[in-house]
Design a protein around this ligand. Structure first.
Ligand code: HEM
Length: 326
């Protein structure tokens, strides 16, 4: 049932839009951006995925415990500024915020480090990823693009979902929030914290709100098309919004390579600090065009894990950035 609904929603999205060129011999990161363009259409000036978003500003205050896990300057000093972009999924810039396809919602955080460099995290509301590798994500997008209303049954997408049970399982972890402030965001890919003694700890990020509030589908469909983008700036005029920045610690034997495999719920969660969002930026549309968040932009003391998806993500984000800022 769940699977059928997902197939129908994704296939309808693909065929409402013009398609784009796709080159099979291009590097994987380019194939990924092309496959996204094929499903979502090309929209000049917008991101290939998570096209619709809102930019806000605030600060990060590290916890004392964070410095025991990582020597990164992020955790050793006082409060630092952050720029945060919340987003809807898909490359469709005018998608209604209450649409099912707007899930998973995204949160990208740029930590402005004292030495003038940045560290980025790019996370979303899926508790784990639908597929294990970047190549599988490309194949999923290509299957969606090939599964329009006239496609022979079972469609490519039905076949892909049938052979990848992690797709419906992951999509089953998301729901539409009533506010970007009332959603939890998960890093999915593993990173490694390195402390002053050289001890290494694999972790996955979480950003936990004060509370999670999800809407049922009928309620979400009734909301104004831009309700999420409008609500956050309005809420911030009343007061700040906070998130606890957490690290879920891997235990020996936990898979750090496969973002589709969640770690057990009883793994220790350590609070790395608190992100406080104070205000919307003056011109969010102009700000988001210029912003580029890269999952592998990391300071000394935080490293990518052995998950190859992290570097491919950064390469794909850079391609998308260069296309939206020609
Ligand atoms: C191979 C896997 C992935 C690929 C190829 C990919 C591709 C992309 C691309 C091309 C963009 C647009 C970037 C830009 O123009 O700046 C994007 C944005 C984004 N992606 Fe991914 N993505 C992948 C995995 C993930 C995962 C695992 C997450 C979350 C856990 C995620 C969350 C996001 C978010 C939140 C944004 C919006 C960033 C912003 O606000 O600038 N993506 N992705």
């Amino acid at each position: 049932m769940m699977t059928r609904k997902i197939v129908a929603a994704l296939a309808a999205l693909a065929f409402a839009l013009p398609t784009a060129a796709y080159a099979e011999d291009a590097p994987l990161e380019q194939q990924l951006v092309d496959a996204m363009n094929k499903v979502f259409g090309v929209h000049a000036g917008f991101r290939a995925n998570h096209a619709k978003g809102v930019v806000v500003e605030g600060r990060f205050k590290p916890s004392a415990e964070a410095a025991t896990l990582s020597k990164a300057s992020l955790f050793s000093g006082g409060e630092i500024p952050v720029t945060v972009r919340f987003s809807d999924s898909t490359g469709v810039p005018n998608l209604p915020d209450g649409s099912d396809d707007a899930n998973p919602h995204g949160m990208a955080v740029k930590f402005r480090l004292a030495d003038g460099s940045d560290m980025d995290i790019v996370i979303n509301s899926l508790k784990f990823f639908p597929v294990s590798t970047a190549a599988e994500l490309r194949d999923l997008f290509l299957a969606i693009a090939d599964s329009g209303p006239n496609a022979a049954k079972p469609t490519k997408l039905e076949q892909f979902i049938g052979s990848h049970p992690s797709v419906p399982a992951a999509l089953g972890t998301i729901a539409t929030p009533d506010s970007f402030a009332n959603e939890g965001y998960f890093g999915v890919n593993a990173f490694v914290l390195v402390n002053k003694q050289g001890a290494r700890q694999a972790i996955r990020y979480q950003m936990l709100p004060e509370k999670v509030v999800h809407l049922d589908k009928a309620e979400a469909a009734k909301r104004a098309p831009d309700y999420l983008m409008a609500e956050l700036p309005a809420r911030l005029k009343q007061g700040p919004v906070t998130f606890r920045f957490m690290a879920q610690l891997a235990a020996a034997g936990d898979d750090t390579k496969d973002p589709a495999k969640p770690w057990p719920d009883d793994r220790k969660l350590v609070e790395l600090g608190v992100v406080t969002i104070d205000k919307a930026v003056a011109d969010s549309d102009a700000a988001q065009k210029k912003l580029l968040f890269l999952p592998s932009q990391l300071p000394d003391g935080i490293e990518a894990s052995d998950d190859p998806m992290i570097d491919i993500r950064s390469a794909a984000y850079a391609i998308s950035f260069s296309r939206r800022n020609p």
